[in-house]
Design a binder for this molecule. Structure first.
Ligand code: GCO
Length: 448
């Protein structure tokens, strides 16, 4: 007998027919970068630099998914899910980033995609979830305009192998993290804190998206999109200064990428700071960047309280703690922010762009009963449902994440999985949220 608190309030039948429920993962966080002939990526070297990651942990073994993928795909199927979102590692496919492909790596993704299909699941792939090959990082990585051509070459090779069987493909995951978090804030590889590097990365990441889309369109591939992350920017207080700081934060985080993609422009409030550092002639790239998308992926986790920091150069802002309950990441739980973005994005695209929540979930290391995660997910499912009622064309929802995994600079302590992983033995144990999901997806809606 399960108690009420171990169940979701929603059931599959509360969502429109055909709505896809899935779970998401990323290559570097689960596969084990030391296996199968993969080349080093910038996360391997970032983690080898003292102080960059908790306990100097890296993804060299991670969840050993490279060897255990069949068992892991069984867990997706047995949870009653419809779809599996995963990413492919550029350095596994091309150990030097370009040139000679790694046959073992290509074979691996071939088997994985077939394995997903054999289990009756839809494969949703992401081409880049942060694992820049170290050889290309040496050449400047995202700072170098040539990255767009390197990424196009990689796209051609991997999609030539598996593209015919994918249900949906995203070029990139979270360009804000690729560019800003990694080149301005320095928290992620390559760990730079440099506005010129950041401005270049902010533009080149979109240029690479555009080139990759162009390649895939030419190959006749369908259902192509991109995954962006959004964080609800809330002024820390009622002051004009806080309102301006929040507007800047919103511009950098939540408007820069989507406005370029949908409207071929960058927001003025961000150009005020970045324009002097953008590569010359960037305006000429906006046409390629803004070619039509088939769908948009939305990753949403939290909100941010933004305050001015007038002693600092642009954007002269800082974040302060907010009052809401927090996850193990210290992220406030704010499901209304998800509804806000779904409606905002729907309006921005005139309702013409199918949207998927491609990531949502929380880090929680607490007890097996997993109540907090169930409540977190339930409140976000409810926000998604409300957005659908308001007319948003939301087609699916992927929980982050299938497995506890390598949470980047935080190492292995932050547990986002609906399946627990013992990193000493690699044993997988479904958590209560996994069981609750399975019940919600199999059963009709509970009676009111
Ligand atoms: C993300 C990331 C994941 C993180 C998750 C939790 O796309 O932000 O895709 O890699 O693990 O967001 O921080």
């Amino acid at each position: 007998m399960t108690s009420d608190t171990s169940r979701f309030a929603f059931a599959r039948s509360n969502f429109p027919k055909g709505f896809r429920f899935g779970a998401a993962t990323a290559a570097y966080q689960i596969e084990g970068s030391s296996f199968g002939g993969a080349g080093p990526c910038h996360w391997d070297t970032f983690a080898q630099t003292p102080g960059n990651t908790a306990g100097a942990e890296d993804g060299s073994v991670a969840c050993d998914h490279y060897h255990r993928w069949e068992e892991d795909l069984d867990l997706v199927r047995d949870a009653g899910l419809d779809a599996y979102r995963f990413s492919m590692s550029w350095a596994r496919v091309l150990p030097e980033g370009r040139g000679q492909p790694n046959r073992e790596g290509l074979d691996y993704y071939d088997r994985l995609v077939d394995g997903i299909l054999e289990r009756g699941l839809e494969p949703w792939a992401t081409l880049y979830h942060w694992d820049m090959p170290a050889a290309l990082s040496d050449l400047g990585g995202w700072r170098n305009r040539d990255v767009a051509d390197w990424f196009a070459e990689y796209t051609q090779i991997i999609m030539g192998r598996v593209g015919d069987r994918l249900k949906g493909t995203a070029t990139l995951n979270e360009p804000w993290c690729v560019a800003w978090l990694s080149h301005f804030l320095g928290h992620h590889a390559p760990g730079l804190r440099d506005i010129r590097a950041a401005a270049r990365a902010m533009h080149h990441v979109l240029l690479a998206h555009g080139r990759s889309m162009e390649v895939m369109r030419a190959m006749g591939l369908e259902n192509l999109g991109i995954v962006l992350n959004f964080e609800h920017a809330r002024p820390a207080d009622e002051s004009d200064g806080a309102a301006l700081a929040a507007a800047r934060y919103d511009g950098i985080y939540n408007r820069w990428f989507i406005e370029a993609l949908l409207h071929r422009r960058y927001p003025e409030i961000v150009l005020e700071g970045l324009a002097p550092h953008l590569p010359a002639g960037w305006e000429d790239d906006m046409d390629l960047i803004g070619r039509p998308l088939d769908w948009l992926g939305v990753n949403y986790y939290t909100c941010n309280r933004v305050a001015p920091d007038p002693d600092q150069p642009w954007p002269a802002l800082t974040s302060v703690p907010g009052p809401l309950p927090k996850t193990d990441m210290d992220w406030e739980i704010a499901p209304d922010g998800l509804a806000f973005f779904l409606k905002r994005l729907s309006a921005l695209s005139d309702g013409n762009l199918p949207i998927y929540v491609t990531e949502n979930g929380m880090a929680d290391s607490a007890p097996e009963d997993d109540q907090t995660r169930i409540a977190y997910l339930d409140s976000h499912f409810a926000a998604a449902r409300a957005a659908i009622d308001d007319g948003v064309d939301l087609r699916g929802y992927f929980v982050w994440s299938l497995l506890d995994n390598y949470e980047w600079a935080f190492g292995y302590d932050k547990r986002f999985g609906i399946v627990h992983v013992d990193f000493d033995t690699q044993k997988r144990t479904p958590k209560a949220s996994w069981h609750a999901l399975r019940a919600a997806l199999r059963e009709p809606a509970p009676a009111e």
